[in-house]
Write a protein that binds this ligand. Structure first.
Ligand code: UD1
Length: 455
């Protein structure tokens, strides 16, 4: 379809009572206008313009370049907003579709229906309409008695009591014949409220004998316009429902989808089970056959197949296949658990690598460390990585056995197969296969220390 699209996103959204422009408020982890732009892009328009106004610079920065931004310095109404896009859009395509940046749930299929009807009726204007529970505040669709043809959209402040009783309203989504729109838009007059109403064009079209089409939306949740926080919560709930349903249909089990919070950019493999009160956020990738939750937050992390994460918080972490964390684990930025690595209760790992099969069962902190394959980190082990000014690394070799409550004062290296005694404070490197014990630790030629075994 030969289509140009304009997304209106200039409004402040006073009812949000926020310093943030309305369209920047997040729904399932992304600014709501992002969804509208993705939906618009799915229709493959020849031109896509975004009208920005309130805190325009912030909106532009968040959405990035690659879009045609049009500035509406003063918000003088929807008609005025579309007018600003004229220089960018006029004459580019046969049809101009107007979308709102605060209507994130609209689907491309619904817009396709609108465009099809628009073409079929050779209309000057086509309106996507719906029946809200309460029509207050919306533009009412006034139809001719008998024929049912649309005569006008009358805004709340201009509606007669009879018109106010009309249950069918304008969703805000309108499309226009390009060559008809621009000259008529230029002639729009201000309403009594001082605004240029885009919706006044419907009556103008009818007066000129042009066809006006109206398409009722099949699913009214699609046209939820977010103008206050209660609507934001509605949009969030619906987006969450959609996201969860899509994952369930692709093979993910959710024990309680209404208490599972998955942001739009997340990916999950089949046969993974997600338990309640789990938040999966940002650029998180979870493999197949994992068990995640309950009570877990995973943000910007990559998790392989067959992993288990229980009652834990992960951020910027990587877990390879078959590794596990929790309950009550914390993986911070740069934490990397290799295949089959295990991190049990109350552990914290930051900017560290735990090699394949390494175990860290209880109450430990690893920061800026590298742990070799199969090493065992005893309960209460701490890497003392910070000297008050700088961070230092700890290296633990393959198969090393770190006794309970060992303090590893970095920079320090524990050789492969070396052992530290329980409660030792290691300030110097321990050679491979050696035993270090005591405070500060000293070396013993043979290895027979009291470390804690994994249970
Ligand atoms: C508008 C429609 C109404 C419809 C309702 C659906 C008009 C005159 N009225 O009313 O028929 O039922 O939406 O929600 O069109 N915007 C700008 N610049 C402006 C004004 C608005 O960019 O100068 C943007 C807003 O950011 C918002 C959208 O346009 O995304 C709608 O504006 P709003 O003021 O909320 O319109 P309503 O009064 O709700």
């Amino acid at each position: 379809m030969n289509l140009a699209i304009v997304v209106l996103a200039a409004g402040e959204g006073t009812r949000m009572k926020s310093g943030l422009p309305k369209v920047m408020h997040a729904v399932a982890g992304r600014p709501m206008v992002r969804y509208v732009l993705d939906t618009a892009a799915a229709l493959e328009p020849v031109e896509l313009a975004v009208v920005v106004g309130y805190r325009a610079e912030m909106v532009r920065q968040a959405l990035g370049e690659g879009l045609a931004y049009v500035e509406q310095a003063q918000q003088l109404g929807t008609g005025h907003a579309v007018q600003q896009a004229g220089p960018v859009l006029a004459g580019k395509a046969g049809t101009v579709l107007v979308l709102y940046g605060d209507t994130p749930l609209i689907r491309p299929e619904t817009l396709q229906d609108v465009l099809r009807q628009h073409e079929a009726e050779d209309a000057a204007v086509t309106i996507l309409t719906f029946h809200p529970g309460r029509p207050q505040g919306y533009g009412r669709i006034v139809r001719e008695a008998g024929s049912g043809r649309v005569l006008a959209i009358v805004e709340e402040d201009e509606a007669t009591p009879e018109q106010k009783a009309i249950g069918e309203v304008n969703s805000g989504i309108l499309c226009f014949r390009d060559e008809w729109l621009w000259p008529n838009l230029a002639r729009l007059e201000r309403s009594a409220a001082g605004e240029f109403y885009l919706t006044d064009l419907v009556a103008v079209a009818r007066e000129q004998g042009e066809a006006v089409a109206a398409v009722p939306v099949a699913d009214p949740t699609e046209v939820i316009g977010v103008d206050h926080r209660a609507k934001l919560a509605l949009a969030e709930a619906e987006m969450r429902r959609r996201i969860n349903e899509a994952w369930m249909l692709s093979g993910v089990t959710m024990i309680d989808p209404s208490n599972t919070y998955i942001e739009a950019g997340v990916e999950i493999g089949a046969d993974t089970i997600v338990w309640p009160n789990t938040l999966l956020q940002g650029r998180t990738r979870i493999g197949r056959e994992c068990t995640v939750g309950p009570g877990t937050i995973i943000r910007d992390s990559t998790i392989g197949d067959g992993c288990r994460v229980e009652m834990s918080v992960l951020e910027g972490a990587t877990m390879e296949d078959g590794s596990d964390v929790g309950p009550f684990g914390r993986l911070r930025k740069g934490a990397h658990l290799a295949k089959g690595a295990h991190m049990g209760n109350f552990g914290e790992v930051k900017n560290s690598y735990l090699g394949p099969g390494a175990k860290m069962g209880h109450f430990s902190y690893l920061g800026d460390a590298t742990v070799g394959a199969g090493a065992n980190i005893g309960a209460g082990t701490i890497t003392c990585n910070y000297d008050g000014q700088r961070k230092h690394r700890t290296v633990i070799g393959e198969g090393a056995f770190i006794g309970s409550d060992t303090m590893l004062v970095a920079p320090v290296e524990i050789g492969a197969g070396a052992t530290t005694g329980a409660g030792s404070v290691v300030t110097r490197d321990v050679p491979p296969g050696a035993l270090a014990y005591g405070v500060p630790s000293r070396l013993k030629p043979s290895a027979a220390a009291g470390g804690s075994e994994e249970e």
